[in-house]
Structure formats: C-alpha cells, structure tokens
Design a protein around this ligand. Sequence first.
Ligand SMILES: Cc1cc2nc3c(=O)[nH]c(=O)nc-3n(C[C@H](O)[C@H](O)[C@H](O)COP(=O)(O)OP(=O)(O)OC[C@H]3O[C@@H](n4cnc5c(N)ncnc54)[C@H](O)[C@@H]3O)c2cc1C
Length: 399
Amino acid sequence: MPAKGVTLASTADVVVAGGGVIGTAIAWRAAAAGLDVILVDPDRGDAASLVAAGMLAPASESLFGEEALLALNQLAASRFAALVTELERAAGQPVGLRREGTLAVAYDTGDQAALARLTAFRRSLGLDAEELDGRSCRELEPFLGPDVRGGCLFAGDWSVDNRRYVAALRQAARAAGVRTVTGWVAAVRVQDGRTAGVRLASGGTDGAIRIDADEIEAGTVVIAAGTASAGIAGLPAPLRGAVRPVKGQLLRLRHPAGLPPVLGRTVRALVRGGDVYLVPRADGEIVLGATSEERGPDRTVTAGAVHDLLHDAMSVLPVVTEMILAETAAGLRPATPDNGPIVGATDTAGLLVATGHYRNGILLSGLTADAVLALLTGQRPAPEWEPFSPGRFATAAVS
Ligand SMILES: Cc1cc2nc3c(=O)[nH]c(=O)nc-3n(C[C@H](O)[C@H](O)[C@H](O)COP(=O)(O)OP(=O)(O)OC[C@H]3O[C@@H](n4cnc5c(N)ncnc54)[C@H](O)[C@@H]3O)c2cc1C
C-alpha cells in the first residue's frame, strides 16, 4: 500500500472496488495489459480470500445439479498451473501450488454409501475418480485411522497456499503499475447513462492515503468486493439482492517439533454425515475446515465449531490430537442463489461485476480476471461463463 500522505491522480481507465483475490487478480491482469488501474480496498484483513483453504477442487467440490459450475471450475483448474508459472515470475515469490491430488474418505457405512453415490455421479460426468478400499487409503496416507472404510482419489484436485497466492497477486499488481487506494467505494457515479467513476466513503481510516478528491474518475468500474459488493450504491438492485454471506470457520494446525509430515495430500472426509477437510502446506501447516453457516455478516469463531471440526478430523486422522492449534478464523463466502459466480457487464455502460464466487473464489480467480480483461478489451469471455452473467438475476427480477 502507498504510504500515508501520498497523493494519487484521481483518474484512471479502470477502478476496481475490492482487493481480495478476485479484485487483485483483475487489477493485475488489466494493468499488465496496459490499462491504468486503481484498486480501492479498506485493507481491513477481512477478505474471505485470506481465510480460505486454497483447494483447487473441481471434482471433489462438484455436487448434484451444478454441472455448469463444474465446467467453469474444470476450465479454471486446467489453466491454474500456467497461471502460477506466470504469477510467480511476475511477483518473484512462490505460491505453494501442490499437485498431489485429493483423497476423499468415508468414516462409517452411511458415509461410505454417500461417498459411493457422489463418486458414481462424478464419474458419470467423466471426472477422474479412483475408488479405493480402506487399506489402500492408508497406504496412500499412513496416518489415517483404522476406522476409515474406503475412499476415492481425485488426482486432478490440487491446492494452493491462498495467503501466499494473494500476496503474490498483490506484488504482481504493484509491479504492473496498479495504484492502490486505502478506502471504501461508497457508490458508482453514473453520468448520462454511463459509468463515470466512483465516490469514496468519507472519513477514511488511520493509515488511509490522501487522494485528490473524494471521487475517482474512470470510464470503467469493476465491483469485486465479495459479500460487501451488495452495499455499493449504483449496483443494480437485482444484483444487490443476489449476493449473501455464508460463514465458514476453519482452523490452522502446525506440526510440533519432531512430528513428521502427517499428510501428503488434501484429505476430505465424510464423518457421520458431516464434511471436513485437511489441506497440507509445504511448510507443515494443515488447514482444517470448514463450517457452512447462514448467519449474515457474523465472523465470530465459536467453541462449538472448533470442537466439531477437531472431533471429526480426529475421527479420521487421530494424530491431529498432537498438533498445535495455531489459528482459528472465520470468513464470509459470497454466495448466490444458484451457487455460481456473477461475472460480466451490467446494463449500465462501463459497470462490471465480479463477485459471488462462493466456495471456489481461489480456484476461479485467474479465470475471472481473464473474463473481465476480455470484456475490458472488447473480446468475448470463454463460453463457460455464459450461465454466470449478471443478466440472469436481472431477468429473474423482471419476470
Ligand atoms: C472458510 C472458507 C474456506 C474456503 N475455501 C476455499 C477453497 O478451498 N477454494 C476456493 O477456491 N475458495 C474457497 N473459499 C471461497 C473463497 O475464499 C471466496 O470465494 C473468495 O475469497 C472471494 O473473493 P473476493 O475477492 O470476491 O472477496 P473477499 O476475499 O472477501 O475480498 C473482498 C474485499 O473487498 C473489500 N471491500 C469491502 N467493501 C468494500 C468497498 N465498499 N470498497 C472497496 N473494497 C471493499 C474487503 O475489505 C475485501 O478486502 C473459502 C471461503 C471460506 C470462507
């Protein structure tokens, strides 16, 4: 972030509202393509992007009825390795991409039946899924407990260290010339029916930088403020109603001295009907998550969630009891009625939206930036984006 007191010119080609993984990826891509970009973010550390687990999991995240989202997620996954190569080069820092795949396991007979149903569904969609008995699961992951009954290996479901990834995006954006303003976008300014820029919330915060005015002029504005997108005036009403927060609590564990790495790949477990995942990082951290709660903007961590996550994790990976509980966190996933993102142009010329990425924002960040860059430069985004345009909610509201 620029230091306090720095003055920025208050005009740009593009203003991006929101500096989570989505807004930062867009800002980087747009600036690297030669556009003059200002990114506005309050720098509050409240981004879901910094809480997330970083799974890149089109197959093991796919659910009944979400086939269009699966196609989008698969496209994003197929491009992720190339994106990481480009990003690490641009930022000069690693992002912790892991390609060992994901092992989904089942704890009791009910869980085994549920996993078998999901696996059959995923296979029917052509997804790569190798079924394993309990013993084969333990050969892959020797610390799994004796009660694990069986599982399924999704070799194409990788992970990335989301915090390193966001840090690299920020560095790459800076290097590409993105200017960052610490503050809030209060409203989109519209003149003669087209976007003219943004109005910033007055007051600012300690550490906020000074700009020439309370407004930034720009012919294009991209709203990418996660769950807070709905609070920015000027976003069409049907879209404001389409984004809601879904709370996720998760834990970060670390290996104590002397304990060897306990996981070689991501493990997702069905445990007595519940769902828990453990995502290992190269530095020994394990991310254990996550709850899914409809509680509005609440980001508190509860004792019950910590208990349940640890209890379920220990059922399949008993060695968790020896690990250090390093951090608890809660974040707000930007969810939509059909669980798909909202990416594209609105009816107001020059106003674009990129939000609603729900459970897949890390995975979809690069692909979202590609789609927005296509729109900014007069190209068509990939056809997989068609079901996820803002227009689907506007249409629904009219009808
Ligand atoms: C527990 C949990 C686990 C998850 N695990 C995964 C996973 O494994 N894989 C995956 O792909 N996804 C995962 N996700 C989902 C992913 O984190 C989100 O989809 C993604 O982070 C959304 O990014 P975003 O940039 O839209 O929003 P955010 O990351 O929330 O960023 C929004 C930013 O906008 C800022 N802002 C707010 N209001 C304004 C304003 N008025 N003006 C300017 N800026 C503003 C905020 O301060 C924030 O910095 C997980 C999410 C959670 C909560």
